[in-house]
Design a protein around this ligand. Structure first.
Ligand SMILES: CC(C)(COP(=O)(O)OP(=O)(O)OC[C@H]1O[C@@H](n2cnc3c(N)ncnc32)[C@H](O)[C@@H]1OP(=O)(O)O)[C@@H](O)C(=O)NCCC(=O)NCCS
Length: 208
């Protein structure tokens, strides 16, 4: 298990389902969890989990990860943290396999059993969710999200804020633009531009 003896305590920004998953991964990787922040007054937390106030003095010495599934909301939260001078870190589950030859931005979450292979580049604020696969030489833009079980073949390019849905696949060397949604179970067999909803096998654009 990784240990982070010199790491400041972590604040997970987002107290919903994804936030609790990120908190689990953080603790299992040896980080100390300070608690959760959330803009909603009624955040869905287990009773034992601590929901911090935005004014908590402990936040000054903490580091942060944005943990909201929606790509635009996650980007907004990360911008807010950084504008306030907060340090944003990555959380990598100890069972994930991340190549030492891969490059990760910051604010990245990598879930259990996920794989990021050699020479892949993962942008800031990305989610590589449970059992998702980023093959060698892939490039993901900022705030992209690979849902659980999604897989990218070697050399694939995914644009900023694109969601690759549950179990969807992108064949090697193809590209999907930014701000796209690839529906659950789809198989992308050709290149697609920005801003599209893609569904089916083979995936076709349903609407912008
Ligand atoms: C593709 C998707 C974005 C469509 O969402 P939507 O626009 O709200 O679509 P709806 O649920 O209204 O369904 C519209 C139609 O598409 C069909 N459909 C929905 N998702 C589909 C999918 N992934 N593949 C094929 N058909 C799908 C529905 O059955 C429905 O068909 P009908 O009109 O014949 O009844 C969504 O279903 C999806 O797959 N999202 C990804 C979810 C995900 O992986 N999230 C990450 C979790 S960590």
């Amino acid at each position: 298990m990784n240990t982070h003896a010199n790491h400041p305590p972590l604040v997970v920004y987002g107290a919903g389902g994804h936030g609790t998953v990120v908190a689990d991964a953080a603790e299992l990787s040896g980080l100390t969890l300070l608690g959760f922040l959330d803009d909603r007054e009624q955040a869905t937390l287990a009773p034992a989990d601590q929901l911090l106030s935005q004014n908590d003095p402990n936040l000054a010495g903490a580091c942060f990860i944005p943990a909201i599934g929606d790509n635009d909301a996650r980007a907004a939260v990360m911008q807010k943290i950084e504008q306030l001078g907060g340090k944003v870190v990555n959380v990598v589950h100890p069972t994930a396999a991340v190549s030492p030859r891969a490059t990760l931005g910051h604010g990245v979450y990598v879930g259990p059993q996920a794989v990021i292979n050699a020479h892949a580049t993962v942008g800031d604020g990305c989610i590589i969710n449970s059992s998702a696969i980023v093959e060698h030489h892939c490039t993901l833009g900022d705030f992209a999200h690979l849902a659980p079980g999604a897989a990218l073949g070697g050399g694939v390019t995914i644009g900023d804020r694109t969601l690759i849905g549950l179990g969807a696949k992108v064949l090697p060397r193809l590209s999907v633009g930014s701000h796209c949604v690839v529906g659950s179970g789809a198989v992308v067999t050709r290149n697609f531009d920005d801003g599209l909803l893609l569904m089916g096998v083979p995936a076709v654009a349903q609407r912008a």
